[in-house]
Design a protein around this ligand. Structure first.
Ligand code: FES
Length: 133
């Protein structure tokens, strides 16, 4: 069937078959963001072990581009050091999807912001643990 959407095959693939979707009961970092432009939301669960993203899951209530960006982002960070995840940009996620239409770039920003929010949460938990010990 011809691809009539202005989306790459990779976007369509990650939208119709999202990777790492769901919740992570043993997450030690959780990020949550909302996109004020459209009201969409994303929650990201990370399990960080020895400075590495050992596992990751997401739940996105949003458009196809946001779901595809979330899915691609989780694939890009799984098994990678925290420093790599911290430096990942939405443009890199969009590039890995073979691009997004310009009006949909803001959707990939939600994936980057959820990741930053989760990493902030992780730092906060580490600091709280250090204070208690
Ligand atoms: Fe809301 Fe794409 S339109 S994230």
């Amino acid at each position: 069937m011809a691809n009539i959407a202005p989306y790459s095959e990779k976007v369509m693939d990650h939208f119709t078959n999202p990777r790492n979707m769901g919740e992570l009961p043993d997450a030690n970092a959780i990020g949550e963001v909302g996109n004020p432009a459209c009201g969409d939301m994303m929650r990201l669960y990370l399990k960080i072990e020895d400075g590495v993203i050992a596992d990751v899951k997401f739940k996105t209530f949003g458009c196809g581009a946001a779901i595809a960006s979330s899915s691609m982002m989780t694939e890009m960070i799984k098994g990678k050091p925290v420093e790599y995840a911290a430096s990942l940009t939405n443009q890199e996620v969009a590039d890995a999807l073979d691009g997004l239409p310009p009006v949909k770039i803001h959707c990939s920003l939600m994936a980057e912001e959820a990741l930053k929010s989760a990493l902030d949460d992780y730092e906060k938990r580490l600091a709280e643990k250090a204070m208690k010990s």
